[in-house]
Design a protein around this ligand. Structure first.
Ligand SMILES: *Cc1c(COP(=O)(O)O)cnc(C)c1O
Length: 357
């Protein structure tokens, strides 16, 4: 028998590594909810100057970097909320799971949702309870409240808006889940900037509530900057298990630069939201394509044959996410990140060519 197979935990051996698509630069990358643009050249130069003088000889100190204050001002995070920064919100999901990983602890979320909730449950030995969404990807509140009552989960994750579906949940439903939560509840607002609603104004009010956000989907996936906003009692406990120096000096510098130029970011968000409407309306005109309403920067659709559509897009050098097979509710579903006008036009060309006869 191979040595590692005797040493390494079974549940990890059964996992596969999170793989990132290996794709040529020329590819139109619409698989990972990245913003399709970067700063214009004059701003890039200004950023380069800021990075050039960053104190990379020193360990980073997020607390004195001024970033948290900037986050609070830019996103109107309530005064009473305390912030913990993560190397992407992925790290915060991991740390919050670790924080609550007592023996026999349980995590509850909806299914399908962000894969990292389940993955971290497995990593830290918590039982994962996934409550299925309705067929139209809305919340099944009755089922969730009943599962909460039965399982009494220590930790609940609700992605609001949800990934990979994008369909908005009702605010009142999520509020009921928060009220019913017997433990910590994380509202993961990775797509909050594209959505009409947010729980951020409640951050810091209730001990059990964490509102988590990230810069990844609004133009800065490469910086790896997520932030959790919550009550000081919980955030102080979370702060104890954050690895020292998890944020790096260059990221902190670039993130501060981005927030000082948030007007530019906001413009991109508005353009993207307009493109989302345009793309979903155009796709809705095709009778073969079922378009789900989205409040995120992606659109989930159902087509008669995912393989056919995926391949046609691929042949046109467009990469999207095939959701088929990842959950029964996602039968024949695809997820398209909204791109630039030109990119979306190319996507539409492929669909129109395939379906309008
Ligand atoms: C993309 C995504 C994240 C991860 O964001 P990072 O900050 O890049 O780690 C977290 N939650 C959801 C629901 C996401 O879709």
């Amino acid at each position: 028998m191979n040595l590692m197979s005797t040493l390494i935990r079974d549940e990890i051996q059964e996992m596969s590594a999170y793989t990132v698509a290996d794709i040529p630069d020329s590819c139109i990358k619409l698989d990972a909810m990245e913003l399709p643009c970067r700063f214009p050249e004059d701003m890039q130069k200004e950023l380069a100057c800021a990075l050039a003088v960053a104190e990379i000889n020193r360990y980073p100190n997020p607390a004195t970097s001024g970033l948290q204050q900037l986050l609070k001002e830019t996103f109107q995070i309530p005064k009473q909320a305390q912030i913990v920064l993560g190397n992407g919100s992925d790290e915060l999901i991991q740390l919050i799971t670790m924080l609550l990983a007592k023996p026999n602890a349980k995590i509850l979320s909806v299914d399908p949702s962000f894969v990292m909730y389940r993955r971290n449950a497995v990593l830290f030995g918590l039982e994962y309870i996934g409550v299925p969404l309705n067929d139209d990807f809305t919340l099944n509140l009755t089922a969730i409240l009943s599962a909460i009552k039965t399982h009494q989960p220590e930790l609940i994750f609700i992605a609001y808006p949800n990934n990979p579906t994008g369909v908005p949940f009702r605010h009142e439903d999520v509020q009921e889940i928060i009220d019913a939560a017997p433990g910590v509840i994380v509202i993961d607002e990775a797509y909050g900037s594209f959505s009409l609603d947010s729980f951020l104004p409640y951050a810091g009010n209730v001990e059990k509530l964490v509102v988590m956000r990230t810069l990844s989907k609004i133009g800065f996936a490469g910086l790896r900057l997520g932030y959790a906003c919550g009550h000081s009692i919980l955030m102080n406990e979370l702060a104890k298990i954050v690895p020292p120096y998890n944020m790096n000096q260059l990221s902190l510098t670039a993130a501060k630069f981005a927030l000082r130029h948030y007007g530019w970011v906001e413009e991109q968000i508005n353009i993207l939201k307009r493109e989302r409407s345009r793309l979903s309306e155009a796709l809705s005109l095709l009778p073969e394509v079922k378009v789900f309403a989205s409040e995120a920067n992606f659109i989930t659709i159902r087509v008669p044959d995912v393989e056919l559509v995926f391949k046609a897009l691929k042949d046109s050098n467009i990469l999207i996410k095939n959701l088929h097979g990842s959950h029964p509710l996602l039968d024949q579903c695809l997820r398209l990140t909204v791109g630039t006008f030109e990119q979306n036009q190319q996507v539409l060309n492929v669909f129109q060519h395939l379906f309008s006869k």
